[in-house]
Ligand binder design. Structure first.
Ligand code: HEM
Length: 325
């Protein structure tokens, strides 16, 4: 469904603009469109309106609370002993498509507006556009971020929320970044789209917390289906399952109703309904899509300001998003 929508947008862009979008191949599954390409100081990030149909971008942007400086895009220098964030063990299953999309967009932006738009802004805009394209809210993205000068794999582990993190741990992690319990519940709603690899939830299916039993908070039909995709041993490491079994490709508020129906995929998702601190919020958002959309837009804006770099002292405007200047 989304694929045909993307194609329509690309076709429309091509007809309207009469030029190629980076290369014709990307029209198969991606599209980028520009409606404004003013390069001036007052409109420093003047190339707006890009569209990237890519969960990975949203995830890259959001999972790394330091991601607002695009440090996640940096690859390790050949021969260097210090691994960059992109090569951290925990980032191994970030698919390359997400990075490629940003790189292609950057190349296109540079060709029209050299040295103006940071990779960090591109990432933030791309995340917003994917959410919107999948049916979610459209919100303004503040621009003017600079890219971070430091990218170290060793910083990733501590900052990353985990599939088996307790709600208390997630609250602690979010609060260390200035985000509230409400932000945690609202931003987790991004799991209304996208997929997770078996390793993130297989522990719930067979031997939950050493009980040799499945997690009792999984609906039996979902449990059966997940067990078929993800055997306890010897499964294919590339298999993924949708976060939202009811509307996997739609950005809606079904995620929350799913949690009430024991259909959460990760322990960290289901935990939000089980914990009395977060349950009322899950229930409220599950009943009100408009409330979720508005809260999501506000929380993304807030998250987009975490660790923002400004100016040459702490930042740079990379030409190639994968390499420091
Ligand atoms: C609350 C704590 C969170 C935890 C524990 C968590 C955990 C995860 C895990 C384990 C995956 C699957 C990775 C894989 O197997 O490839 C995932 C995917 C994803 N996450 Fe989160 N996440 C959290 C918060 C967020 C937030 C705040 C956002 C966005 C605002 C987000 C957006 C996504 C998206 C879009 C995907 C799907 C990526 C894809 O399908 O390619 N997550 N998350």
């Amino acid at each position: 469904m989304l694929l045909s929508k993307w194609k329509k947008m690309v076709d429309h862009h091509d007809q309207a603009q009469g030029h190629d979008i980076v290369n014709n191949k990307i029209c198969e599954n991606q599209c980028i469109s520009f409606t404004d390409s003013t390069c001036n100081e007052s409109n420093a990030c003047g190339i707006i309106e890009m569209t990237f149909p890519d969960h990975e971008t949203t995830r890259n942007y959001a999972h790394h609370f330091r991601g607002c400086d695009a440090s996640v895009l940096i690859a390790t220098k050949p021969g260097s002993k210090t691994l960059a964030e992109k090569d951290a063990d925990d980032n191994k299953d970030l698919r390359t498509e997400g990075f490629d999309t940003i790189m292609r967009a950057k190349t296109l932006v540079e060709s029209k507006c050299p040295g103006v738009v940071s990779c960090a802004d591109i990432l933030a805009i791309a995340a917003r556009d994917f959410v919107h394209l999948a049916g979610g809210p459209y919100y303004q993205v503040k621009k003017g971020r600079w890219d971070g000068k430091i990218s170290m794999a060793s910083r990733v582990t501590y900052n990353l929320p985990r599939a088996n993190s307790t709600v208390d741990r997630l609250i602690e992690l979010f609060s260390s970044k200035g985000l509230t319990v409400q932000d945690l519940v609202v931003l987790s709603g991004a799991h209304t789209i996208g997929f997770a690899h078996c390793k993130h939830f297989v522990g719930r299916l067979y031997d939950y917390k050493g009980t040799k039993q499945p997690d009792p908070s999984i609906d039996p039909r979902l449990l059966k289906a997940l067990k078929m995709s993800c055997p306890q041993v010897g499964g294919n490491a590339d298999i993924v399952a949708p976060f939202d079994v009811t509307t996997p490709f739609l950005f809606d508020h079904a995620y929350y109703a799913n949690l009430e129906a024991k259909l959460g995929l990760l322990a960290s998702d289901q935990g939000l309904f089980l914990d009395p601190k977060t349950k009322p919020l899950v229930q409220a958002l599950g009943q009100d899509k408009a409330k979720f959309f508005q809260a999501f837009a506000e929380a993304m804006d807030k998250m987009g300001l975490i660790g923002v770099k400004r100016g040459r002292r702490h930042g740079e405007k990379r030409i190639d998003c994968s390499m420091h200047m």
